[in-house]
Write a protein that binds this ligand. Structure first.
Ligand code: PXL
Length: 265
């Protein structure tokens, strides 16, 4: 079988649990060939983010030129893009290279509160990136900021998912990890709503779950799974990675991307 080629455009997490590192691990474990365009570097460990260093927008664009001018790209996932100029550059290149399988994880703030997207960049994300997006994957706080809808119930999540589609994306997954109840994810594909019930694990090893979910979803799209099945696979992948996390570092540890391989044995 022809191997799928998946590209992440995101930030580096030096501790290896989130960002580019989570994406590449996920791509590999799910059997895809992974590529990475760096938008920013974070100095980070399981206790928090110590530094954020965005790359010059030109450097982000040039990496995209290098990849797209040479290599077939079956799907793209974006994560931490940090600034409006970087988002503009990324959107222009996605448009130029006619990318039509795009998963956007609208990363905004790290667990400890460090900003991974400048506040004034939200508008660029909405205006420039959302119109190119196949599926956007906000958690509840991100969906609230993007839509202006206060979300406390599953019904609110459905309203927000529909609003996101009316704002220009083809489909939206609003993730329920921040619900007070069991974590249900909601998919709206412009036609139907689908609910993905999940189990809440009592663990602090949840660093990088959003990145991992979106990366797994990008692999599913590259492998030509229907969207609803790609969302289910991504949910199964990240749920297992949370359930089988091993303690690393002194704070919020990473999920275990390797758990999926153990399951296949
Ligand atoms: O999970 C969000 C995220 C994305 N990208 C990078 C991060 C984080 C969270 O810390 O560090 C680089």
């Amino acid at each position: 079988m022809k191997i799928s080629h998946v590209l992440t455009i995101a930030g580096s997490d030096s501790s290896g649990g989130a960002g580019i590192q989570a994406d590449l691990k996920t791509f590999t474990v799910l059997g895809a060939y992974g590529m990475s365009v760096l938008a920013a570097v974070t100095a980070q460990n399981t206790l928090g983010v110590q530094g954020v260093y965005p790359l010059p927008p030109d450097a982000v664009g040039e990496q995209m030129e290098s990849v797209f001018s040479d290599i077939r790209v079956d799907s793209v996932k974006t994560g931490m893009l940090f600034s409006a100029p970087i988002i503009s550059e990324v959107a222009a290149k996605l448009h130029k290279f006619e990318v039509n399988n795009l998963v956007v994880d609208p990363v905004m703030v790290a667990k400890g509160g460090s900003r991974l997207l400048q506040e004034e960049a939200t508008e660029a994300l909405i205006d420039k990136l959302m119109p190119l997006t196949t599926v956007i994957t906000p958690n509840i706080p991100e969906a609230e900021i993007l839509t202006g809808i206060k979300i406390t119930t599953i019904s609110d999540m459905k309203t927000a998912a529909k609003r996101l589609v009316s704002m220009g994306v083809q489909a939206a997954v609003v993730k329920g990890g921040h619900l007070a109840t069991e974590p249900v994810d909601i998919l709206y594909d412009g036609d139907k709503i689908k609910e993905y019930p999940g189990k809440r694990w009592q663990t602090k090893n949840t660093h990088g779950t959003g990145c991992t979910f979106a990366a797994a979803l990008a692999v599913g799209l590259a492998q030509k799974l229907p969207l609803a099945a790609a969302v289910q696979q991504a949910k199964d992948f990240v749920s297992l990675a949370i359930a089988r996390a091993v303690p690393i570092g002194h704070g919020h540890g990473p999920t275990n991307h390797l758990a999926w391989l153990e399951k296949q044995k």
